[in-house]
Design a protein around this ligand. Structure first.
Ligand code: NDP
Length: 290
């Protein structure tokens, strides 16, 4: 069993980004990312903090905008419009989840697609479908593809089962895998899939993006399969100081015994998401300045 080390691969991606930042600065271009946080969700605060910190480490200008939990949709739309018009900002990210009074889809649609470094705007989703490389690809699935590439895991002609059909992970993941060049045969499974374990057992590669702790057990996995675990779940654990531990969607120990290669949680897909966000921000800066 090979452990797919997301920390090491993300460090490599960030090193590439460092070089790209320098190359842009040599051309007089200073890339900038705005991160908008509404409310005080603790997990969101951690994510936003590490995105801003990673920008700082790479020399990318970052602006963190924190708004109160009772911000209205109109107020947030106004912030997005200002960032769309701000030439020092190349990428805009509005941290999800948003409070219930705000329609998340309306906010995503308001972001200038040229600055939509999350890759959630309909125009970028369309470009992904069209295999147009000028679009932005959602960071987590892009990170999974990079992990597969770094470990020379060929996807061409392979049976891949993606468990989960969200617009953030499952669907863009499936589109990337089925695209020309990746050439996988893809099944997208979800909560209405019948006999999920049997469907997954067909897979040479399983991508688990469900949000259910350790749901993918050894009964789901064909010996020799590759398993990419996107899930990040908090499970109560009194033995931990913070009262919980993080676990993926895969029952790691028993699945690792069977699999050819597997990502751990934490330290697998998670670190790749931020690294790919940095890549997207630099792509945005390049495209806006060319
Ligand atoms: P969503 O809740 O949006 O989607 C979950 C998907 O899983 C849905 O399509 C749902 O099906 C499906 N599902 C739920 N229960 C079952 C089941 N019992 N059997 C089969 N399918 C099921 O989650 P996300 O896609 O946003 O995230 C998935 C996981 O990935 C979460 O743990 C999240 O924390 C993690 N994540 C990690 C990131 C990282 O950087 N590592 C980034 C983003 C997410 P249906 O559509 O039918 O409801």
């Amino acid at each position: 069993m090979k452990l797919i080390d997301g920390k090491a691969v993300s460090a490599k991606v960030l090193e590439e980004c460092r070089g790209e930042v320098q190359a842009l600065k040599d051309q007089g271009i200073s890339p900038g990312l705005a991160v908008v946080l509404v409310g005080e969700d603790p997990a969101s605060q951690v994510y936003v903090g590490s995105k801003v910190r990673t920008c700082e480490e790479l020399g990318i200008y970052s602006r963190k905008i924190v708004l109160s939990v009772d911000t209205t949709e109109d107020e947030l739309l106004e912030v997005v419009r200002e960032l769309n018009a701000d030439s020092t900002i190349n990428g805009i990210l509005v941290q999800s989840p948003l409070p219930s009074q705000i329609d998340e889809a309306a906010i995503v649609r308001a972001i200038d697609p040229a600055k939509d470094v999350d890759g959630f705007h309909p125009e970028n989703v369309a470009k992904l479908t069209l295999e147009d490389p000028t679009g932005f690809v959602a960071c987590t699935p892009a990170g999974c593809m990079r992990l597969l590439a770094e470990y020379d895991i060929d996807t061409a002609g392979k049976e891949v089962v993606v468990v989960g059909r969200s617009m953030i992970v499952g669907k863009p993941m499936a589109l990337l895998l089925v695209a020309k060049g990746a050439d996988a045969t893809v099944t997208i499974a979800h909560s209405r899939t019948k006999d999920l374990a049997a469907v997954c057992r067909r897979a040479d590669i399983i991508i688990a993006a469900v949000g259910r702790p350790e749901m993918v057990t050894k009964e789901f996995v064909k010996p020799g399969a590759v398993v990419i675990d996107v899930g990040v779940n908090r499970v109560d654990d009194a033995s931990k100081k913070r009262g919980y531990r993080l676990t993926g969607d895969v029952a790691f120990d028993e699945v690792a015994e069977l699999s050819e290669a597997i990502t751990p949680v934490p330290g697998g897909v998670g670190p790749m998401t931020i690294a790919m966000l940095m890549k997207n921000t630099l792509q945005a800066a390049r495209q806006q300045c060319s």
